[in-house]
Design a protein around this ligand. Structure first.
Ligand code: ASP
Length: 350
């Protein structure tokens, strides 16, 4: 049961009567508002949802994933422990995952139909309501840092393609050759999908592929000042074409943060997440229907999305430090850490 603190602002009216020494103190209640008690510093992350089963995972691979997720949690949490901001914490956590070839973000991003890596990312500050995003970039080493630069150093929310790359260069962000993002494993995944597409005469990335793993990464943090920040970084979906952009850089779909409700980062079939404004929908259910974070996230992921075969999941965090990690797929790489102890990392449904 959540504790509530009732904050009352009192207007103190001191009225003096005409009689000297006879004063009356009146305390008049002028406003009253209910705010959630602030929870402990907390970080929650995901490394994508999808068909992730024990049967298909070797022991070595599993421990690699677990180690990288723990490393990401530790990196971000250290920032929070040192009194750093939620924004700094999620950047640290996400960059660990962007630099790992295990995840579909930064190095290890999936390939487009034409065999390129086109990256998307977004970030939102729950304190100020400011947000930044980049889409379809191919040479910015850390897409999440470029999203932050858009938020903090430009009047815009979203930049795409060459313009975003030019902006990142001007911001002094690290620029790499496009083949920095290449991994043989992801390239082979594209070849497999292209072969399937050829054989079946359909656009494979749009149909329900039972082997699909999304592997986008995201993080949400709550810092010592009670501020929530959320971010998401991805290579999108294998075999995407025509400059397709998914939900990850869309504020309200892939990422959302508001100190008064929650922070959310999504992973899954982006078209469904965009149409259903998934991240904001969870916050809106809390705000307008007074739902708990857990109930709101469950409703959106396992009722609304599941009913229309919108596969994927979210991780989320509210101001009280409650964590909700929901997915309607076989598994989702995910974890959290708070004052209670070491990183808690999970992969499968059970
Ligand atoms: N949501 C991402 C997209 O549609 C994919 C993912 O989660 O891996 O671009």
């Amino acid at each position: 049961m959540k504790k509530l603190i009732y904050l009352f602002s009192f207007l103190i009216l001191l009225s003096c009567s005409g009689n000297q020494g006879d004063s009356t103190l009146e305390a008049t209640l002028s406003t009253g508002q209910i705010v959630e008690e602030q929870g402990p510093i907390t970080l929650v992350i995901h490394g994508g949802a999808g068909t992730i089963t024990r049967d298909a995972m070797s022991a070595d691979m599993e421990s690699e994933y677990r180690a990288k997720l723990s490393e990401s949690l530790n990196a971000g949490y250290q920032v929070l422990e040192n009194g750093g901001s939620s924004l700094d914490a999620i950047i640290e956590a996400i960059q660990v995952l962007e630099e790992s070839p295990l995840f579909n973000a930064g190095k290890g991003a999936v390939f487009t139909h034409e065999g390129r890596n086109e990256l998307d990312a977004s970030i939102m500050d729950g304190k100020t309501g400011m947000a930044g995003a980049i889409a379809g970039v191919s040479n910015i080493k850390s897409p999440i840092s470029a999203a932050r630069a858009v938020m903090e150093n430009s009047p815009h929310v979203m930049m795409s393609g060459q313009g975003a790359e030019q902006f990142a260069l001007e911001q002094g962000l690290e620029i790499v050759e496009p083949d920095y993002f290449h991994t043989d494993k992801r390239y082979q995944q594209l070849q497999d999908v292209l072969e399937k597409e050829n054989n079946e005469g359909t656009s494979a990335y749009l149909y329900e592929n039972p082997d699909r793993k999304f592997s986008t990464v995201g993080a949400i943090a709550l810092d010592k000042d009670g501020n929530i920040a959320a971010g998401t970084s991805t290579g999108g979906m294998t075999n995407k074409r025509y400059g397709r952009i998914g939900d990850s850089p869309i504020i309200g779909a892939g990422t959302y943060a508001d100190n008064t409700t929650c922070g959310v980062s999504s992973t899954g079939h982006g078209e469904f997440f965009i149409r259903n404004i998934v991240a904001y929908d969870i916050a809106a259910l809390m705000k307008y229907k007074n739902m708990s974070l857990n109930d709101a996230a469950e409703e959106v992921v396992n009722n609304k999305l599941a009913a229309i075969n919108g596969s994927g999941g979210i991780v989320s965090l509210d101001r009280a430090g409650n964590v909700a990690m929901k997915f309607n797929t076989e598994g989702m790489y995910r974890g959290y850490i708070n004052e209670k102890g070491s990183p808690q990392v999970f992969i499968y449904k059970d």
